[in-house]
Every structure is written in structure tokens, then in C-alpha cells.
Design a binder for this molecule. Structure first.
Ligand code: NAD
Length: 397
């Protein structure tokens, strides 16, 4: 569970809050059976609705990965409850996990996504659950869901031509870059142009955040994906690396020194940004971190033990529910515009993200300073405060 009595004490919330936020509202588990060459597959799917105080809809991404488990899906749904509350969005927290290889062909993913949306038809068409992209899924998979529902606001992160929001694709990475620039100034007293960065993960979030950060002057010296990492002390050419990764499906083969994912996490850089999978900063890796600042672009990249180690070592960590919320802010816009039919320009999407994230960063920092707690505790406390107020107004507390 993400919150505890210490967080409730900070905001003067009753102990009963823990009970209301401890267990997910609902867990759905089903199997999709498909022939995916070379054989038949049984794909397990978990959909978790964590808490709907601020919904419905329940809002959260669809993860496709062979490492998906029910426990992970519950943890990620819980994160969404707090992320949505921290951003003051009228959404409950949810997540879907599809236990299939993230590297499956587009055809195979499409068959799975159609099965997913067919099975969840009522949840999606009633507006109870509004999925979006996450690890292993993107606009094409969201289009598969739309092809089953034919309702624009039933899914976000769609391609622009079918009601997707210009800027949604880049939104999470853009938001992480905005937060990084702000945090570098605040914690390192530097400008981005004087800053070195290492990023784990070069998918949607990682590649876009590298693009924005390098455009704004930062030197991206290390990058990795599932196949391993690259290092160049002079800075990697992100435009060329993106082209290479798009053509070959991986960062490997690009001209730079090869390093492992473990080495990437311990590079001597100003900022380390995990932007891939969970639990990578743990008891083993956290003592080796040499970065001066950690920005969580991935969801739950730091274990509770890893967090304690980083806190003890006085390495500030900007938590996931703040750092990567650009995606859900844009999704909220896409969802509203799906209902009204209005259109938005890419720059407007970025303006909205920048303004909400900057304001929220300031609130979290102020709370952290005032109460002498970490940015994570402050972010969770402010999110819980919003949840408590909403639950009170609904007569739940
Ligand atoms: P993606 O599937 O587009 O990319 C994932 C990247 O991580 C790929 O480069 C992949 O090779 C790499 N990777 C996978 N396993 C790895 C491993 N074990 N070690 C190192 N690298 C590994 O996914 P994404 O959408 O970019 O999501 C990345 C993270 O950001 C996830 O934690 C996700 O939950 C989080 N996130 C995504 C969004 C979004 O809008 N897509 C929003 C908020 C948070």
C-alpha cells in the first residue's frame, strides 16, 4: 500500500482512510485464447479498478508484457488513483495488464487487443473504464480498442485521425522533461544546458523525453532499452538515435560505447531517469547510483527499500505520480474533446501539461519543505488530501 499513518497524520485525515484506500474496488481476470503463429496462446489479462472516489471513469493504461502479474497490476492501478488525485482529475485509478510479450508483431498485438476490448465491451462502452497506452502498447493498440467500441471517449492515446489528441503521443515524455528542467534548477541549482542525463528505456516515454531534453540543451550521455545500453560522454545524437531505433527496433548497433542496464543506472551523471520497467532501483542498485537527482518517468521504478537508500544518501527523487503525469493530463483533454468533438493543437496540449505540472511541482515542493518530508511523501499526502475531501463530500468518510 502506498500510503500509511504518517501520511494521514501530515494532512490530519482519519485512520479509516487507510481502509478505504487499501484494497482495489474490483479485480477482473480473464483469458484470451488465440492462434498466434507459430501456435495457440492463452493470454492472461488482469484489469484492476483500484478506487473510484474521483470517478468513474476508472482511468489507467494497458500494459502488455510477459512480466505482467496480478500483483503488479494492482500496484499500478493504486498509483493511478493517487496520480489522478494529485493532478486533480475527475478519474478513479485503474490499470490493465496483458501477460504477452511486448515485442509481439503488430498483427499479434492487434488480435489480442480486439479480444481484450471484446471481453470488456460493457466496461468500455458504458464509460466505466477508459484505457490508455502503457508499456508495450501505443496508438495502434488504442485504435484496436476504438474499432470495437466506436466511441471516441472510450479510449485515449488514439491516433490523431480517429479523435486522438495532437501531442498525446509525446505528452508523457514532454511532461517528464518539464519536470526535469524544473527539478534540475531547484535541486542542482543548474540549467539544463549544464546537465548530463542517463535514461533507461527508449520507448515512447524515454525517446520523447530524450528528444525534448536534448532540444533544450541537456547532454544525454547514456540510454538503454531491453537489449542493453549505450554511453557517450560527449552526448548521444538523439535525433539520429531515434531514427536508428525506429529502423532497427533497438538502440543497439548505434555508434557509442556499449554498456549494460546495470552500468547505466550507476553512471556518474547529474540526472538519472528510469523510463522502462518497475523496481529497477532496489537494494542492489540504489547504493550504486551516482546521479545527483532521480526523476521517475517509469511507474514504480523504485522499490520501498531502494527509496529508503536514496533518501538516506540524500539523492532527491521526483516521484512517478508527479513526474510522468503528462500522459494522463493529455488523456483527460482527449477524453473531454472526444465527448465535445472540439479540436486542439499540439502546442495547446503542451501548454496545459506545462502549466498543471509546474503548479503541482511547486505545491509538492512547498509541502515537502514545510513538513521536512521527501517529494514522494509530499506528493502522496497532497493526493490523499484530495481523495479524502472527495470521499467526505460523497459521504464515504
Ligand atoms: P514502451 O513499451 O514504449 O517502451 C518501453 C521501453 O523500455 C523500451 O525501450 C524497452 O526496450 C525498454 N525495456 C523494457 N524492458 C526493459 C528492461 N528490463 N530493462 C531496460 N529497458 C527495458 O513503454 P512506455 O510507454 O515508454 O512506458 C515506459 C514506462 O513509462 C512504463 O513504466 C510506463 O508505465 C510508464 N508510463 C508510460 C506512460 C505512457 O503514456 N506511455 C504514461 C505514464 C507512465
Amino acid at each position: 500500500m502506498l500510503i500509511n499513518s504518517q501520511i494521514l497524520d501530515l494532512i490530519g485525515a482519519p485512520e479509516r482512510t487507510l481502509e478505504l484506500l487499501s484494497e482495489p474496488d474490483r479485480v477482473i481476470h480473464f483469458r484470451i485464447r488465440r492462434y498466434l503463429p507459430p501456435g495457440h496462446h492463452v493470454v492472461h489479462v488482469f484489469v484492476v479498478y483500484h478506487n473510484t472516489a474521483r470517478g468513474p471513469p476508472y482511468k489507467g493504461g494497458v500494459r502488455m508484457s510477459s512480466h505482467v502479474t496480478l500483483e503488479e497490476t494492482i500496484q499500478l492501478a493504486e498509483l493511478m488513483t493517487y496520480k489522478n488525485a494529485l493532478m486533480d482529475l475527475p478519474f478513479g485509478g485503474a490499470k490493465a495488464g496483458i501477460a504477452a510479450e511486448s515485442t509481439l508483431s503488430r498483427e499479434a498485438k492487434s488480435m489480442i487487443m480486439h479480444g481484450f476490448a471484446h471481453e470488456l465491451r460493457y466496461e468500455l462502452t458504458s464509460g466505466n473504464f477508459v484505457p490508455g497506452p502503457d508499456l508495450g502498447t501505443g496508438p495502434s493498440e488504442m485504435a484496436d480498442i476504438f474499432s470495437e467500441t466506436h466511441i471516441r471517449e472510450s479510449v485515449t492515446g488514439k491516433p490523431v485521425g480517429i479523435g486522438g489528441l495532437p501531442g498525446r503521443l509525446e505528452a508523457t515524455g514532454y511532461g517528464v522533461a518539464v519536470i526535469t528542467a524544473r527539478a534540475v534548477r531547484e535541486f542542482l541549482k543548474k540549467e539544463l544546458s549544464e546537465t548530463t542525463v542517463a535514461v533507461q528505456g527508449f520507448g515512447n516515454v524515454g525517446s520523447w523525453l530524450c528528444t525534448f531534453l536534448s532540444e533544450w540543451g541537456a547532454r544525454i550521455v547514456g540510454v538503454s532499452d531491453v537489449s542493453g545500453g549505450l554511453y557517450d560522454p560527449n552526448g548521444l545524437n538523439i535525433v539520429e538515435l531515434r531514427k536508428h531505433a525506429q529502423q532497427t527496433g533497438s538502440v543497439q548497433g548505434f555508434e557509442a560505447q556499449r554498456i549494460s542496464n546495470e552500468q547505466l543506472l550507476s553512471l556518474d551523471v547529474d540526472v538519472l531517469i528510469p523510463a522502462a520497467v518497475g523496481a529497477v532501483l532496489n537494494t542492489k542498485s540504489a547504493p550504486e547510483v551516482r546521479a545527483r537527482l532521480v526523476i521517475e518517468a517509469a511507474n514504480a521504478p523504485t522499490t520501498p527499500e531502494g527509496d529508503k537508500i536514496l533518501t538516506k544518501r540524500r539523492i532527491p527523487v521526483v516521484p512517478d505520480i508527479l513526474a510522468n503525469a503528462g500522459g494522463v493530463i493529455a488523456s483527460y483533454d482527449e477524453w473531454r474533446k472526444g465527448k465535445s468533438g472540439t479540436r486542439t493543437k499540439r502546442e495547446e496540449t503542451f501548454d496545459t501539461i506545462r502549466s498543471i505540472l509546474s503548479e503541482t511541482f511547486d505545491h509538492v515542493l512547498e509541502f515537502a519543505d514545510e513538513h521536512k518530508v521527501s517529494m514522494r511523501t509530499a506528493a502522496l499526502a497532497l493526493a490523499t488530501q484530495n481523495l479524502v475531501e472527495t470521499m467526505r463530500s460523497r459521504g464515504w468518510l
